[in-house]
Design a protein around this ligand. Structure first.
Ligand SMILES: [Fe+2]
Length: 213
């Protein structure tokens, strides 16, 4: 790609994210320095053993005929640095409870939905893009709906965070969410909307993850 076009693309990428995450703040000022995605606790339910099927489709477990219960969620986003440049090759991991609030973890006695993978990973493409097919997260005692996310990018420390759903009434009562403050909350809160296509009732959301340089 010619240098001029490449620069234009990078600037455009930064603006797009700044527009999503900064509201009425000046776009150009924020494009040069995006809000880093805040760190959050890993919690006790990162898998003890990574499942045999650990791909980016958590709704379909290899070898099982049925798909997971719950509301289908197509989650996508990009891994970026604070200047809006894609961080290609990053491994994005997600883990979350099933539609009844149970994790793929021996510390959770279930019963869990065996058709839900519980954990998945994806590698960001050249534009930093990643995607998952999963379910809309549900609350469990003491927590608002969330998806745990970890990102391992080349030559950077591992980032562990959590993603939340915009407008969920339980967010305001969630200790970890409240502790983030307004900027942090904005950086990890995702609007969900309907998906057009052949998956009735499915939702989609975009979670861009910003790593410190
Ligand atoms: Fe959790």
């Amino acid at each position: 790609m010619p240098p001029v076009r490449r620069r234009r693309f990078v600037l455009g990428a930064g603006l797009a994210v700044a527009t999503l995450s900064s509201g009425a703040l000046p776009r150009l000022a924020r494009a040069a320095s995006l809000t880093p995605t805040p760190r959050q606790t890993e919690g006790p339910f990162y898998p003890v053993a990574i499942p045999a099927d650990a791909d980016n489709d958590l709704v379909k477990v290899a070898g099982r005929g049925r798909e997971a219960s719950g509301t289908l969620l197509r989650l996508q986003g990009r891994v970026l640095d604070v200047n809006g440049r894609p961080v290609a090759g990053s491994t994005v991991e997600i883990w979350q409870c099933d539609h009844q609030g149970h994790y793929l973890h021996p510390g959770d006695r279930g019963p869990r939905d065996e058709d839900f993978q519980g954990y998945g990973r994806a590698v960001a493409d050249g534009g930093g893009g990643y995607s998952f097919r999963t379910i809309k997260p549900v609350p469990y005692p003491g927590r608002t709906p969330h998806i745990h996310v970890a990102v391992l990018a080349p030559n950077r420390p591992r980032l562990v965070t959590q993603m939340y759903i915009a407008g969920d009434p339980q967010n305001a009562r969630d200790f970890l969410y409240r502790n983030l403050g307004a900027d942090g909350q904005r950086a990890v809160t995702v609007e969900l909307g309907p998906v057009s296509g052949n998956e009735p009732g499915a939702l989609a959301g975009t979670f861009d993850i910003v790593l410190l340089a």
